[in-house]
Design a protein around this ligand. Structure first.
Ligand SMILES: NC(=O)c1ccc[n+]([C@@H]2O[C@H](COP(=O)([O-])OP(=O)(O)OC[C@H]3O[C@@H](n4cnc5c(N)ncnc54)[C@H](O)[C@@H]3O)[C@@H](O)[C@H]2O)c1
Length: 75
């Protein structure tokens, strides 16, 4: 199963994109620091799709923190 990283996966466009990707067979990982969103949205995604989505609460403006996610998971 192809794995896709969605930035801002807890936001408006991101969360809808995550649902669409899951429904089309992708495994989705999100990076979102929740500066403009509520992590509770992930529960809604799971309710709709039946799949839990892992979100890394990381500031994408931080190279080191973002790079650390890529080191942890092969995308
Ligand atoms: N909603 C629209 O109709 C629309 C239209 C055109 C363009 N856009 C653009 O698309 C993008 C997403 O729009 P949206 O409506 O989903 O916004 P949104 O605020 O709902 O989602 C953005 C997400 O990114 C996260 N985020 C912000 N800064 C971050 C950072 N530094 N590190 C990690 N996560 C961060 C926020 O917490 C949020 O969950 C924005 O750039 C917006 O300007 C939106």
């Amino acid at each position: 199963m192809a794995k896709i990283l969605v930035t801002g996966g807890c936001g408006y466009i991101g969360s809808h994109t995550v649902v669409d990707l899951i429904q089309n067979g992708y495994e989705v990982i999100s990076i979102d620091n929740n500066s403009r969103s509520n992590p509770e949205v992930l529960k809604g995604i799971e309710t709709i799709t039946g799949k839990a989505v892992k979100n890394y609460k990381v500031d994408l403006c931080s190279y080191d923190d973002t790079y650390a996610v890529f080191r942890r998971i092969p995308i």
